[in-house]
Design a protein around this ligand. Sequence first.
Ligand code: PEP
Ligand code: MG
Length: 535
Amino acid sequence: MAAMFRLQGKGASPGTAFGQIYLAVDVEETFLSPTDPSAEHAILSDAVQGSIAALRELAARSSTESASILEFQIEMLLDPEITEMAARRIGTGDGAALAWVTALDNYIAGFEQSDNEAVRARAADLFDIKSRVLAAMTGKPVADFPVGFVFVGKDISPSVFLAHDWSSGGGIVLFQGSAASHVSMLARAKSVPMVIETGTFNIAGEEKLLLDGGTGSVVLHPSDEELRQALSTRLSMRPIANEAEAPCSTKLRTADGAEISLSINVNDLSDIIGIDHAGIEGIGLLRTEFLMSSAADIANEDRQYGIYRQVLEWAGQKPVTIRMLDLGGDKPVPDRDGTSFLGLRGIRLLLARPEFLRIQARALLRSAVHGNLKVMLPMVTLPSELEKTVTIFREELTLLQRRRISHRMPPIGIMVEVPATAIMLDTFGAAEFFSFGTNDLVQYLTAAARDNAAVADIYTHAAPAIFRLLEHTVHIAATLGAPVSVCGDMAGEPEYIPALLRCGLRHFSLAPAQLAVIRSQITQLNADGTMAVEK
Ligand code: PEP
Ligand code: MG
């Protein structure tokens, strides 16, 4: 048997994992980007041909009346005008899914504006065709690895993390990585043990590895004694994990009586399985970019509507804050250059590609009738970005009205995660609520990228600067009378809660796994963040 070998990295998500190694080769994050135009043309053509074949089969089994409707749809799909419109968009750089949806939306708008009733009625068939072809574009599947294995590699993308089934255990060891990256945050939220910054190490053949995401230690070929110890630590931690799931329906207060609300951050629908919403205020942040695994998903209004509706129905009348796509930075991006952390990210990208914004706006407006929806915009820097987005929501609302589709205008608020926005908050009077994204606020305030291990120290030592800024901004928010919360990771970290309370914050949105520890900590603190004296 090979000798035991120990490495020291940094813990990024606590917990121990033991399993067979899956050694990942470097994978570029490309699943949302169009490949090359000829491949996108082929995707479009296959989806159209596949839809025609399916319609023919359906028509053959249908009554004469239904068959004639289906025949009409087949004729439309055979008409080169529509496919050529989509093909032209592929020629300008769009992926097949987006090209198809935008071409069809423009085409449908022409039918809807007709004075002729019969022509207007054809729009319904076109909607059907649009959905059918879109559903046929399944997108490239995200590369996965065997369940229960420990992922070892240079880095792991959020999409690979989210596509994997972690229910049977497993963990992550990264040669590089950063504790502030999105994937580390996802790992903590899902309680997947993760160690970063081990440096590259050699793995010969099939090997097993033990990792401790709390201490950052990694052991190759652990001895039986080592394994026994790790297992006993894991068992002794169990009651804490169970307590995290215990429902709590009483109002949460600090020791001196200030009311505090706790909401949850959701990255994936499985995050809400088994959560009792009785003990929480609602969902304070739903990161929609993690719910889409292909350009076809982003372009699919009905799929988005279905997901948002499901979450809203789960929450009943509790508020659900759905954040619009925050693509860019270290999250996957559709066909666009310049989408770095300092580039076209979040609302900037959506306004640069309003087709995406309009699709998501319609899905949100439609889902709003199923619960208590709030819509949040990411990466807002200027009041004009908020104004433009609200205008687009109003335009899409008028469109839905014309189509007689039920809808409701939700309150629209903003993330405060860019320092300029925090400093100038008084100019954002049009925002209906604010939520501090401390993960990004720290990186932009300190000029230290959250995914760069080399500046991780600067990132973690910036807390005093952040609290000074938060105090200033919470004060402005109070003068505007708009509700304010924190949804960055600081809200789930006990060491920062006293300072957040001191800044005047009373609403925290955090990973479900952190609820129990933060709830219990708050009862031991006063509203000014000081420790309560035991009576
Ligand atoms: C944040 O920046 O704090 C935040 C909540 O958004 P994200 O982590 O998704 O960038
Ligand atoms: Mg952010």
